[in-house]
Design a protein around this ligand. Sequence first.
Ligand code: SF4
Length: 324
Amino acid sequence: MGKVQDVRIAKRTGFCYGVREAVDKAKEAADAGRVTHTLGQVVHNEGVVASLHARGVQPIKALDEAHQGSTVVIRAHGVTPMVRRDAAQRGLDVIDGTCSWVISEQRELQKLVEDGYTIVLLGTPNHPEVVGLLGFAPDAIVVDDEDDWDRIPRRKRMALITQSTQPPWKFERLAARMVNLAHELKIVNTVCPVTIRRQEDTVATAREVGFMVVVGGRSSANTKELTRLCEIVGTPVLQIERAADLTDATAFGDAALVGITGGTSTPIEDLQLVAERILEIAGTPEARARARQSALEALGAAATPAGRTSSLPRVAGVAAAAAG
Ligand code: SF4
């Protein structure tokens, strides 16, 4: 028999503002009747991609797949200056969905290049954001995990900058390491505050519950970091991509209260579906009977007070709907 009595969704989850803006821009362009593409998947989430597809938004891998005059939305991760030039030359109508935080990262990098620093970029090689950033600093040394850091040379003037979603502890540790490698070290902290807040709220939720479910892309670095943080807190945790991945009622052990969080590309309504699914498969008879209502209440509680956690207009009314 199921033991889960209730669920809790971590606050400040759902799309980050950068992803939300890019998704909204793609929707708006398609709804305005324009032939709309996104350069790459605007977000690695099947449900979102399917809903964009239903509106007529087609992802393309390269610009040569877009017909002249069509609209191309640049996703939140940004692109290299070369890609922008190429799009203009092809006569494409570019809508820039690059996150404002990423734009400021790109500007900082450009300045470091102009100032002659040897640049170390903490990031995941081949991640689209890192690829875009390298367009501004082609000679930057990209490093990721700690066993990679021995590659960093000793130089007189060095600068450290980071991909937005890298964990703050990793950035701090690398900065400490680099102090001994340079005479002058410039540190530009570009860890995105959204990432930090999400991690804080995930830890807070993990401390309150008996089990955590983390929802996000399998290869998403910021999602994996949330899972790692739950482990550090000592709360048993399961990372999944979607509600349908939850099939084992025994996975939650003896937990009466289960917490849910998600990566920056996971829409908050996915967290609601996961909440409902947990209660359906592992809830007590009472919890199962009111699974949908409890999931809605959990969503309503997570979406308040800031209301910035989702692009869903209906979320503002969820708490009232759940209470009614
Ligand atoms: S994680 Fe931060 S920097 Fe990256 S897209 Fe989202 S809001 Fe922008």
